[in-house]
Ligand binder design. Structure first.
Ligand code: NAD
Length: 244
């Protein structure tokens, strides 16, 4: 299945580790050239060593000016963006009554507004090209909720409406938009979970194990590929059968 993204430019946020880095590797293997977007340029540079042909750019997706600037820089240095993967995300867990305004706003800003910021900045070029693929990354928590994650769940649920609206608005310009919804994936985001809790969680997953970034990245690769050319506005759950 190599080469289906030959000549394509992909812009992946939060790509210095975890699911984002696995996606950068996967899209590179498919022939794309990847712009690794990360808050920390040092970490991005380190990650890029591993991903041939990629370039690194520093950007905080919550900062509109930084997003506009980096989209311009990628277009100038690499060419028009064909694939946008909105993978950057973060949690600020707290029980509802203890959740501060700052906790709430942080989760909404990173996970939902950050995704909107990059879509708005990249969509203009895709509309001119009359082609493009947008893949947003949500969470099963956005579909079923989770105690202690009201802010994150609300933001990730918001991505369902955002993705479907983008799909409806941009289909006429040849642009597809889909939402990938990972279950419990073994990355830095879930590293704090203790052994016993991990075991209990795995028991609730039909496949009997936590997911790996490499379980999610090939799905993103497929959605980016011409083989998924008739798929748009969809919510694709990748959770080993945890939520049905
Ligand atoms: P991770 O923490 O390893 O990766 C998240 C990346 O996003 C990091 O590189 C981080 O620096 C970046 N990021 C955070 N805030 C940013 C900002 N403001 N601007 C730019 N980059 C920013 O975790 P991961 O598991 O690889 O997460 C990737 C995506 O998958 C996230 O959107 C996350 O919400 C989602 N997700 C993860 C899981 C899981 O179990 N790990 C489950 C469902 C969904």
């Amino acid at each position: 299945m190599t080469g289906e993204l030959e000549g394509k430019i992909a812009f992946i946020t939060g790509a210095s580790r975890g699911i984002g880095l696995a996606t950068a590797r996967e899209l590179t293997e498919a022939g794309a050239r990847v712009a690794i977007i990360a808050r920390d340029k040092g970490k991005a540079d380190e990650a890029a060593k591993d991903v041939s042909g990629s370039r690194c750019f520093a950007c905080d997706v919550t900062d509109v000016d930084s997003v506009t600037e980096v989209v311009g820089a990628v277009q100038a240095e690499m060419g028009p963006i064909d694939i946008l993967v909105n993978n950057a995300g973060d949690t600020r867990d707290q029980l509802l009554v203890r959740m501060t305004d700052e906790d709430w706003t942080y989760a909404l800003d990173v996970n939902l507004t950050g995704t909107f910021n990059t879509i708005r900045a990249v969509a203009r070029g895709m509309m001119r090209q009359r082609s493009g693929v947008i893949i947003n990354v949500s969470s099963v928590v956005g579909l079923v909720g989770n105690a202690g994650q009201a802010n994150y769940a609300a933001a990730k649920a918001g991505l369902v409406g955002l993705t479907k609206s983008v799909a409806k608005e941009l289909a006429g310009r040849g642009i597809r938009a889909n939402l990938v919804v990972p279950g419990f994936i073994d990355t830095q985001m879930t590293a704090d979970l203790a052994g016993e809790a991990r075991k209990h969680l795995a028991e609730r997953i039909l496949m009997g194990r936590l997911g790996e970034p490499e379980d999610v990245a090939p799905v993103i690769r497929f959605l980016a590929s011409p083989g998924a050319g008739y798929i748009t506005g969809q919510v694709i759950v990748v959770d080993g059968g945890m939520v049905m």
